[in-house]
Structure formats: C-alpha cells, structure tokens
Design a protein around this ligand. Structure first.
Ligand SMILES: [Zn+2]
Ligand SMILES: [Zn+2]
Length: 334
C-alpha cells in the first residue's frame, strides 16, 4: 500500500515525525536540532535536543523533564508562528496541563498531530479543541470498544469512598498514579476534609507548575520517615510499587488509578486491592468522535490499538494508515 504520508508536510524518520518544509521534528527521539513537543510526558519529551518549542503552559513541566540544557521557547494556544515555509500553532489536547495538538499549514493544506488527547473535560488540563484538517495523525492508546470512561466525578467519588473506608479501618491508603498528569488529576478530586494528603517526591516536583497555572489542588505534604500515616492517603508513581520506599507503609491498602484498570488483565497483574479506571486518553467513542469530527480525509494512527479503529473507519469510507510502532511507543502507565 502506498504511504499516505505526504512528503511535503510530514514524513516518518527514525527519530519520529519530521516536517521537511519547516525543518523540525515532533516529539522526536535521539538528538535533533529543532523539536516541537506536544506535552511533557517522557515518551514525547526527551532531553538532548537543541531547540524546543511547546505551549506556554507546558513550558515549566518541559523544563523539569529535559533539565537545564536546550533552548526552550513557547507559544500561547492558538497563536500561529511561521517556521520556514509552514505555519505552526498549538491547540489544547485535554490530556495533561499544557498538552497540545500541533497544527501545521502549508499552502492551504492543514495537518494536525494529536499528541495524546482526551476530549472528556477535567479540572487539571485545558479543554480539548477540535480542529478541522485535511490529515489527522491520531494516537489510539485505548482504541478498542471495551474502553469506555465514566465522568471523572464518578471516579473521584469512588476514590474518596475508598479512602474513607480505609481510614475507618485504621489503614493507610496508598494510591499509585502516574506522577505527571494522573496524580494531579486524582489530587484535584480528593476531599481534604477526610484526612492528610501526602505524595512521593516525583509527584511533588510537578505540583508548582499546576499551581502556577491556576489549578486548584489540596494541600499536599511530603513523605518523611517515622511518621504515622494511618488514615491518610499517599500518592505515588507506579515505578515505586515494588520498591523499598513502599515498605514504610506496612499494611496499607493499595489502589491503582489508570485507564488500564478497565480490563481484568492489568488488575490481576498488579499487586493492588483496588483499581480506579481513570484515563488521560480518549476512550473508543472519544477517538471516533474526534477523528470523524476533524473532517480529515486521511487518518494516520500512532500509539497502540490502531488496527481496530482503522478497520472501523475504513468501513465508514475514511482512509487510514497505522504508523510503525517501533517509532511510536505507547505509555504503559498513563
Ligand atoms: Zn501523554
Ligand atoms: Zn504518550
């Protein structure tokens, strides 16, 4: 099958998506001259590039992610900037604070790269914006009909009820959630009247950026040794699930907040008492609504379950292509 990637706007290279007319990459691997970054998750934002361009509200998070090296510039959402022959702008993707879709225009032709996105509203990221385009490059992490999200209020209530019950039983609530985005989203929904909220340093390091962006979060204390944590809730990244760090919290009830909790497999694999289905990605119907809503004639899929969506869209007469998974990895813990 002939590739649907039009060489004049974006092409797939080893480092990722490349725009020859603007001489930049989007969310590249390796070391490149010019990198446009959709958002600050580590599978999109890597250290080592020379020049970075991101959304204004992504800037502080991206600096934490890439360290002190690299020239970092940013644009407000919706503002167009000319880079060589193309016009580039960032538009809210609703995934985490500052997350952007990147719109590229060349001679009247418009391509949009989704990054990770979520049309469902939440309290910690800018609301998703639907953009009309000719080509849409879509992530499809949860591209199976089995994935169907409930409103976040429902999940926040579940988490607060779980915490309340654990407190009544004299237990610690140890809740694992990805340190950037998911953890802050969980925090924003906690009921601080229930008890003290603690977080691992990895979660803490991103809190200021959220506060600076005006996101309301409860008071979050740092975890220190030799404290009595009974009745409190502690947010921690999945990376420390089996580490010695968690041994401080003997007898804690363990929860896990992730879209992957929607299916039995991950819930069985994880050493947790309770799964909360909270995802920062579009579910199946969210993907379909956005993809068809863009009006794009051709859709390119990255990040995960592209085959099912592709089949569905093909039946509806929309052209699709699933891009190589070796270039576009999905984030298992988001
Ligand atoms: Zn992400
Ligand atoms: Zn991702």
């Amino acid at each position: 099958m002939k590739s649907l990637i039009d060489k004049s706007i974006l092409t797939v290279r080893r480092e990722g998506l490349y725009c020859p007319a603007g001489d930049f990459y989007i969310d590249p691997k390796g070391r490149v001259e010019n990198a446009l970054i959709t958002h600050a998750h580590s599978d999109h934002a890597r250290a080592g590039h020379k020049n970075y361009l991101c959304s204004d509200s992504s800037r502080e998070l991206l600096r934490i992610r890439i360290g002190k090296d690299g020239v970092l510039e940013s644009l407000p959402f919706g503002k167009s900037q000319k880079i060589r022959d193309v016009y580039v702008s960032f538009h809210p993707a609703g995934h985490i604070l500052g997350s952007a879709q990147i719109r590229i225009e060349l001679k009247g032709m418009v391509w949009v790269v989704s990054g990770d996105y979520k049309p469902q509203p939440d309290r910690t990221s800018e609301p998703f914006e639907l953009i009309k385009c000719h080509r849409f490059i879509s992530e499809c992490t949860f591209g199976l009909p089995v994935y169907k999200w409930q409103p976040e209020e429902v999940i926040h209530k579940e988490i607060n009820n779980w915490w309340k019950k654990n407190k009544e039983d004299g237990k610690i609530s140890l809740l694992f959630a990805y340190s950037l985005g998911k953890a802050q989203r969980v925090l924003a929904g906690l009921d601080p009247s229930l008890g003290i909220v603690y977080a691992h340093n990895a979660v803490h390091s991103f809190l200021n950026a959220y506060k600076n962006a005006g996101v309301e979060l409860p008071e979050v204390k740092k975890v220190e040794k030799q404290k009595d944590y009974n009745g409190s809730i502690i947010l921690a990244p999945p990376a420390v699930e089996d580490s010695s760090w968690t041994k401080n919290f003997r007898g804690a009830r363990r929860g896990f907040a992730s879209g992957w909790m929607a299916i039995r497999g991950p819930r069985k694999r994880k050493n947790v008492d309770r799964g909360f289905v909270l995802s920062d990605h579009a579910d199946w119907s969210g993907l379909i609504d956005v993809i068809t809503g863009t009006g794009a004639e051709k859709i390119m899929m990255t990040h995960g379950n592209g085959e099912s969506i592709s089949r569905y869209l093909t039946e509806k007469g929309i052209k699709t292509e699933v891009l190589a998974d070796s270039v576009f990895q999905r984030e298992e813990m988001e």
